[in-house]
Design a protein. Structure first.
Length: 301
């Protein structure tokens, strides 16, 4: 059961990635991509009253606990900001392999803080999932170059922030229930978005986007953020059912699904996406999918 929720994250995030690419190409070429996070914060803010109506006890967790849960949301948004900064300066193919650091941080934090010990089969399954995703992240025909220190620093920081956010969320979700933790995490995301809008240049860019294309920007961003929200909720619920490291390993398969959806777009809607459909590339991606499937089967034993 946990695997279904865990895989809902990468599947929906892969769809969101293609929508992000569309948004950046069409509306954010002259704007800082950090403004995208304002829309993420807005969607979380809109959901708060609904969670409160369904679960009124969300406000009774205590100020200290609420603050720590909100920090989880701040860390998540911070990780996304570092990721967007990296994506702004580098190709997606260079950024994607660094996502494999997230499950490594997850395994370490889960063991040190939560005392989670994986069985040999689960460790083998996690390794296959990470290995399969790393395989599809590699680009053939490129020359090896020296380490990009800035890219590595940005993406490793992003991966660590995401893993720490997931750790805090799991600690409180297991103790104080899923929805109160989700509520205060969204509060943290909303505070982060508010802080971004407090920066004058971001505020001006946000207003300019809304004035130029209000209907398109709001509708596409709303659809994108709802898809992203569904993936986040599925993954966070999986954290209450399975070890942190395993959920992070499954989450790292986003790259694989991004390529998969890219192939579909290349065949049916080439104007929206193009992927290399050569025999060599298809065989490599097929092998990666097989490794991920085998890893998932081992992880659930």
């Amino acid at each position: 059961m946990w695997l279904i929720f865990a895989f809902s994250g990468p599947v929906l995030w892969a769809i969101s990635t293609h929508l992000d690419k569309y948004l950046v190409e069409k509306y954010f070429k002259r704007s800082n991509v950090a403004v995208l996070l304002v829309f993420t914060a807005m969607i979380g803010l809109v959901t708060l009253p609904f969670i409160w109506l369904i679960q009124p006890q969300v406000v009774g967790v205590g100020l200290a606990n609420a603050a720590l849960m909100a920090i989880s949301g701040v860390l998540y948004m911070g990780g996304m900001l570092f990721y967007l900064r990296a994506l702004q300066a580098e190709e997606a193919s260079a950024v994607a392999p660094f996502f494999q650091a997230a499950p490594l941080f997850g395994f370490g934090l889960g063991y040190l803080v939560l005392g989670e010990v994986l069985s040999p089969a689960q460790m083998a399954g996690g390794a296959l999932i990470v290995g399969g995703t790393a395989l599809v992240s590699l680009r053939s025909g490129t020359q090896r170059s020296k380490l990009n220190v800035r890219l590595a620093a940005l993406m490793l920081t992003a991966a660590l922030a995401m893993a720490m956010s997931a750790l805090i969320f799991k600690i409180f979700a297991l103790r104080d229930a899923f929805w109160p933790t989700t509520f205060w995490m969204f509060v943290g995301e909303a505070l982060f978005g508010t802080a971004l809008l407090a920066i004058p240049s971001y505020w001006r860019q946000f207003l300019a986007l809304l004035r130029a294309n209000p209907g398109a920007v709001l509708s596409v961003n709303a659809a994108n953020e709802l898809i992203n929200l569904g993936g986040a909720l599925g993954t966070r619920f999986a954290l209450t059912l399975a070890p942190l490291g395993l959920v992070q390993a499954v989450g790292s398969t986003t790259t694989l699904f991004v390529f998969g959806f890219g192939v579909v777009l290349s065949v049916f809607l080439p104007a929206l996406g193009r992927e290399d459909l050569s025999r060599r590339e298809l065989l490599r991606k097929g092998l990666a999918a097989t490794l991920v499937a085998a890893g998932a089967a081992l992880a659930t034993r």
